[in-house]
Design a protein. Sequence first.
Length: 234
Amino acid sequence: FGIGGEKFGQLVVATSGPLDMLDEARAASLEDLKDKVVLAGSMVTLEALRRLRDSGAIGLIVGGLNNLDLVQFLGREINVGITGQEDTGLTVVIMEGFGRIPMGESTWDLLASLEGRIASIDGTTQIRAGAIRPQILFSDGTPPDDHSDGDQFTVGDVYGEAREEDLHPLTNLVPGDRVRCVRAPYFGLWGVVLEVPSDPWKVDSEALMEVAKVQLDSGETVSVAEANLEVFRS
């Protein structure tokens, strides 16, 4: 989920990892945020949001955000089916959901490894038919600093060209897949698929669904509907 339109700037990592929260004190300690995109961990506070905006940052990528803080930051409720037109001065991309939710480790590692590169972020979100999700694009390097001579450069010059080896076909869930649960009672928990039974199982809602046996990172083994799992593959 996100707010604010497309903006771009250099990525700055603001927290030490995906579990850490960005509060006002930490935001105040960051230097030279003008026109920068900030990467934070599990949550950002309302005071930190305001501090980032006042410091000249143009974007934030974060795991979670309190819904009330978002309303207070915007000054109003979001009551339409599409965002992206908000005039807040700060585009925000929420990677995981509302509340304090650690960003996925693989997501964090990827984003943090790109610190210093030019990031283009767009918070536009449409939750109705024809769903639109926020986007984050990164350059393969740094675009030329000076275009005062009128020279033009293409999107490919800034962001790099799509490569065939980067495109991965969708495959069925298989044992060994790294997954995250996206519904209660295991919402937000990570694990590894142990088994994918061939026949549907009756779940708590009495529906017959395809399920997977998942060993959570805590060591507990649970059965989860495949529809309630996100799969992460390298």
